[in-house]
Design a protein. Structure first.
Length: 296
C-alpha cells in the first residue's frame, strides 16, 4: 500500500521536483508545509536524490535571495523554506557523505550571506502559517556546523555570523523559540570541540556588550532594551541553560550519537563566561562573580 510519499510513477522526478521547489514559497501552508516540504524531505532521507544532491542544493540556494531585503510580504516564505530545505540536504550529506567540500562551502557562504541580511523576523503569520526565517536559518547553521567539510576557520565564521544576526538592530522581538534554536546551533558548534575559550569568550563578550544599556551623563537617552538587546539577552540565557543541562542530537542523524555523547570541552569555563555576560546586564541585581566552578 502506498503512503502517498512515494515518487509519482506517472511523471519524471525532475518535473515533480521543480514543482515542489516552487511550492516552498507558496502562501498557502497546505501546499508549503503539508506537501512540498515533507515530500522533498522524505525523498532526500530515502536517498532518492543521492546521485542528484548537488544539483538539488544548487536549485534550492537561489531561493535564499528571493525578495531579500523585503519585510512583511510573502517573499520571506521562499527564503525561509529554502533555508530549511538546504539544511535537510546538508544533513543528508552529513549522513551519507555524498558531497564535495567545494559545494558545501559554497552553500555555506550563500547561507550566511542571506542570514545576516534577512529583515523579516516574523514567526507565525495569520492565514499563511509559519515563516520562521530566523529559526530555520539557525537549523541551517546547525547542519553546517555538523559538516565534515567545516574546520576551525569555518566554524569560527559561523559563530561570528550568529553574533551578527543576534546583535543586528531589528523591530522584532523573537517569541517563537528563535533564541533556543540559535543557542542549539552554537551548542552544535561547541560539540565539535574545535573552538577553544580564546575564541568563544571574546565572542561572548561581544554579545554581552550588546545587552548593556548605553549611558551618557548617567542617564539613558532612549528606551531600553531595544528589540535586538532583548533578543540577545534571551539568546544568552538560552545558551546558558543548554550548557548547564546539556543537549542531545537528532535521532535521524547517525553521527549525532557520537557528536553529542559527551559535554563540550571547556564547558565549565564557558558556563562561567556566559554567566559573566548575563550578570553584566543587571549588575545591581546579581551578586558579584565568584570563581567557584559550577558542578559539571
Amino acid at each position: 500500500m502506498q503512503s502517498g510519499m512515494e515518487v509519482p510513477s506517472d511523471r519524471s522526478l525532475d518535473e515533480s521536483t521543480v514543482e515542489l521547489v516552487e511550492m516552498l514559497g507558496h502562501p498557502n501552508p497546505r501546499w508549503r508545509e503539508d506537501l512540498a516540504y515533507p515530500l522533498l524531505t522524505t525523498w532526500i532521507t530515502k536517498g532518492v536524490y543521492d546521485d542528484l544532491l548537488s544539483g538539488l542544493g544548487n536549485g534550492i540556494v537561489p531561493g535564499l535571495r528571493h525578495g531579500l531585503g523585503h519585510d512583511g510580504d510573502v517573499s520571506v516564505l521562499r527564503r525561509s523554506y529554502s533555508a530549511l530545505m538546504l539544511a535537510e540536504i546538508i544533513g543528508r550529506d552529513n549522513n551519507a557523505q555524498l558531497m564535495t567540500a567545494a559545494s558545501v562551502l559554497d552553500w555555506g557562504d550563500r547561507a550566511t550571506a542571506w542570514y545576516v541580511r534577512e529583515q523579516d523576523h516574523r514567526g507565525w503569520i495569520p492565514e499563511q502559517g509559519w515563516a520562521n526565517a530566523i529559526a530555520h536559518g539557525a537549523d541551517l547553521l546547525a547542519a553546517l556546523a555538523r559538516s565534515r567539510h567545516f574546520g576551525q576557520l569555518e566554524l569560527t565564521v559561523l559563530l561570528d555570523v550568529i553574533a551578527d544576526r543576534v546583535l543586528t538592530p531589528t523591530a522584532y522581538i523573537w517569541r517563537h523559540g528563535e533564541d533556543d534554536r540559535l543557542a542549539y546551533a552554537v551548542m552544535t558548534l561547541l560539540h565539535r570541540n574545535s573552538l577553544d575559550p580564546s575564541i568563544v569568550e571574546p565572542w561572548l563578550a561581544r554579545l554581552g556588550a550588546g545587552i548593556k544599556p548605553p549611558r551618557t551623563r548617567g542617564h539613558l537617552e532612549a528606551e531600553w532594551p531595544t528589540p535586538a538587546a532583548r533578543n540577545t539577552s534571551a539568546f544568552l540565557r538560552a545558551l546558558h541553560l543548554q550548557l548547564a543541562l546539556g543537549v542531545q542530537g537528532r535521532a535521524d542523524l547517525r553521527a549525532d550519537a557520537e557528536l553529542f555523547a559527551q559535554q563540550p570541552a571547556h564547558r565549565v569555563d564557558l558556563l562561567l563566561a556566559v554567566l559573566d555576560q548575563i550578570r553584566g546586564e543587571s549588575p545591581w541585581l546579581y551578586r558579584p562573580t565568584t570563581r567557584a566552578r559550577p558542578l559539571d
